[in-house]
Design a protein around this ligand. Structure first.
Ligand SMILES: [Zn+2]
Ligand SMILES: [Zn+2]
Length: 108
């Protein structure tokens, strides 16, 4: 195991290192590391990770938005389609107000 007390910051050779970046394996002083998801990561690796996740997220977000739009259109289309079908399948007796009477007499 490396003795961290004898290590110097990668950016500041005069300063003692307090943390080792798990990404680039270089030593850094307290000022040069940032807490990122529970890990002490150096500024350059943090920028690299942020850029990588940003690039990975963008097409996904676009796809998610597209899926949302498509599903919204599908839901609206299905709603009107089923409503149109529903209106066609409702018996004419319903509109004439005799459906209730007809079923009432059938049950007797
Ligand atoms: Zn790093
Ligand atoms: Zn430093």
């Amino acid at each position: 195991m490396l003795d961290i007390a004898r290590q110097r910051c990668f950016n500041h050779p005069a300063r003692e290192a307090v943390a080792r970046c798990p990404e680039c394996r270089r030593f850094f002083c307290r000022e040069c590391v940032t807490d990122h998801e529970g890990r002490a990561i150096c500024a350059s690796c943090l920028a690299r990770l942020a850029a990588a996740t940003g690039e990975r997220r963008r097409p996904l977000a676009r796809a998610a938005r597209l899926i949302q739009v498509v599903s919204a259109v599908a839901v609206v289309w299905a709603f009107f389609y089923l409503m149109g079908r529903g209106l066609l399948t409702i018996p004419a007796a319903f509109h004439e107000g005799t459906l209730w009477k007809a079923s009432y007499w059938e049950e007797q």
